[in-house]
Design a protein around this ligand. Structure first.
Ligand code: ATP
Length: 263
């Protein structure tokens, strides 16, 4: 069966052959369409690098990257991204920040002028879904960090990307806000069903959100363990304290400890 995302035996090196840093070596990851996958691993193991390879932002030295049946050779347009910092443009309102990808990505770019009302309604719907109704005309600096991150999730989804890459999107937030946004993210995913790849340091976050969690080795990174999370959805915060949930986080923790010790 061909998967929506196929990273096969990737090697990626920053810098020259002799002096460079080998960030990934023999990394393989397959994700089916509509799946939610999390990637965890020791610090500096190459998680963000894997996302750069996947999105076409950085070319690989060996191996293949295939998304939606096509080899990735340049930055992908069917991808939405959100990072640790919300990176909203301070001079744009929340609504205009969310609509930004529509000004860049085709076919929306060509349609935006004539169909602005339709697109604006889509942006307002998304903002409502994440609890930001009424904040459309506020500027980023008038929002809390958690609200900015909600807006950045809307921006990542506005062009209805088939693939959503989330690199530590909740990492800079306090624990309560982070937990709240897990629920928001789960709702967004259950409503829109994009394929999601989430990089995180937080094992509770990974298990709460993902269908499957992949553990990477220390650098040079490759996949060393995959754990299916077969807990019913929608998942709840209370559920993260049950024995079946903590058994999974514990198992993942042990794999990460081994990966760190082997470094
Ligand atoms: N642009 C770059 N040039 C040179 N080396 C880089 C570059 N980006 C990352 N690296 C190195 O590649 C390795 C993997 O980095 P990467 O950011 O992918 O790890 P990570 O697993 O996401 O880290 P963390 O968990 O700390 O966020 C690290 O040793 C890092 O220093």
């Amino acid at each position: 069966m061909s998967h929506f995302v196929e990273l096969d035996n990737i090697t990626l090196r920053y810098g020259g052959e002799d002096t460079g840093t080998v960030a990934l070596e023999g990394a393989t990851l397959r994700v089916a369409r509509g799946e939610f996958v999390a990637v965890v691993g020791p610090s500096g193991c190459g998680k963000s690098t894997l996302m750069k390879a996947l999105s076409g932002l950085w070319p690989v030295n060996a191996g293949t990257v295939i998304v939606a049946g096509r080899e990735v050779a340049r930055p992908l347009e069917i991808v939405g991204m959100a990072f640790q910092n919300a990176t909203l443009l301070p001079w744009r309102t929340t609504l205009d920040n969310v609509m930004l990808p529509l000004e860049i990505v085709q076919p929306h770019r060509g349609r935006l002028r004539r169909h602005r009302a339709e697109y604006e309604a889509r942006a307002r719907d998304l903002l409502k879904l994440v609890g930001l109704a009424g904040f459309e005309q506020k500027f980023p600096w008038q929002l809390s960090g958690g609200m900015q991150q909600r807006a950045s999730l809307c921006r990542a989804l506005i062009h209805e990307p088939e693939l959503l890459i989330l690199d530590e999107p909740f990492g800079a937030l306090d624990m309560f806000t982070r937990e709240e946004l897990w629920g928001v993210m789960q709702d967004l995913w259950m409503t829109k069903r994009p394929t999601v790849i989430l990089v995180t340091h937080d094992l509770r976050e990974a298990v709460y959100l993902a269908d499957r969690v992949h553990v990477m080795s220390a650098r040079p990174g490759r996949m060393v363990h995959a754990r299916t999370v077969d807990l019913a959805r929608p998942r709840t915060l209370e559920g993260t304290y049950t024995a079946s949930f903590t058994a999974i986080t514990q198992e993942l923790r042990e794999h990460i400890s081994h990966a760190r010790a082997a470094a």
